[in-house]
Design a protein around this ligand. Structure first.
Ligand SMILES: Nc1ncnc2c1ncn2[C@@H]1O[C@H](COP(=O)(O)OP(=O)(O)OP(=O)(O)O)[C@@H](O)[C@H]1O
Length: 251
């Protein structure tokens, strides 16, 4: 039984953007040490939720606690790693120089910096390309540089916004294996978003989001069992239909 406090706790979480409610009263928890998928179609609010988690989203109401503190608290800065959809890696620096630079920005002291950079490079399996210019790396290798940046400082929570988008199946599999290794070796929690439902089975838990509403918060196996479906895609469609029927019956 997992008795450690959840890595993320949301209750009645609401976000308004440009006058529109884009997250509408989300309540869920993400258990510590898990690889949890945040899945849903384009525009459903995944990035908005991630921005709220790291404290860069305005007009957030309700409860959103991260590692026991309100999301965005200064003490969380070093404990939460975040990779956006358009990672900011400097293409005219090598992978190692990028990491050195971000380690300095993070305030990792000079003595520990080289060790942390090497560890992050090893974690993402990039030591053989450490001295290549980022601009000469493949898309998958660049993604791993961004992930290595997020690993600096050994964060307890990693928030990864669509990290596998556009990658071929082998690279996607390798990256998911890496996420699980990071969770197992470091005891970190990973929240990974995707709009591709077939990535669901790579996660220990799933948050299914649609149009700003949470459709499910469960394990892949439970979701399929509860909806009596064979795939998470079918489970998702089943839940969408059920939500529509409920809306119509209330109207
Ligand atoms: N500044 C804004 N004003 C109004 N609506 C916005 C604004 N920014 C985003 N939105 C809307 O908020 C919703 C959620 O956007 P968000 O980027 O969180 O979705 P997403 O699930 O991450 O999508 P994707 O998978 O395409 O990245 C979308 O419908 C989007 O159109």
């Amino acid at each position: 039984m997992n008795i450690s406090p959840p890595a993320i706790r949301a209750a009645g979480l609401r976000v308004v953007r440009g006058g529109r409610t884009v997250l509408d009263g989300l309540t869920f928890q993400v258990p510590a040490g898990t690889v949890t998928g945040l899945l849903g179609p384009s525009g459903c609010g995944k990035s908005t939720l991630m921005r709220a988690l790291v404290g860069t989203q305005s007009h957030v109401t309700g409860t959103l606690d991260v590692l026991g503190a309100p999301a965005g608290s200064p003490e969380l800065r070093a404990r939460v790693g975040y990779v956006t959809q358009s990672p900011s890696v400097y293409l005219d620096l090598t992978a190692r120089q990028n990491l050195d630079y971000y380690a300095a920005v993070l305030g990792i002291n000079r003595r520990d910096r080289a060790g942390q950079v090497e560890r992050a490079l090893t974690d993402v399996d990039l030591t053989s390309h450490a001295d290549a210019l980022a601009g000469n790396l493949s898309g998958g290798q660049l993604n791993r540089v961004s992930l290595a940046v997020a690993l600096l400082g050994s964060p307890d929570l990693l928030v990864l916004d669509e990290p596998t988008v556009g990658l071929d199946p082998v690279l996607r599999r390798d990256l998911w294996d890496l996420f699980h290794r990071i969770a197992a070796d470091r005891g970190a929690t990973l929240l990974v978003s995707s709009h591709v439902m077939d990535e669901a089975d790579r996660c220990q838990r799933l948050l299914l989001l649609r149009a700003g509403l949470l459709l499910a918060d469960d394990t892949p196996d439970n979701l399929r069992a509860h909806t009596r479906t064979a795939t998470i895609e079918d489970a998702f469609l089943h839940l969408v239909d059920a939500a529509r029927e409920e809306e119509e019956s209330r109207a």
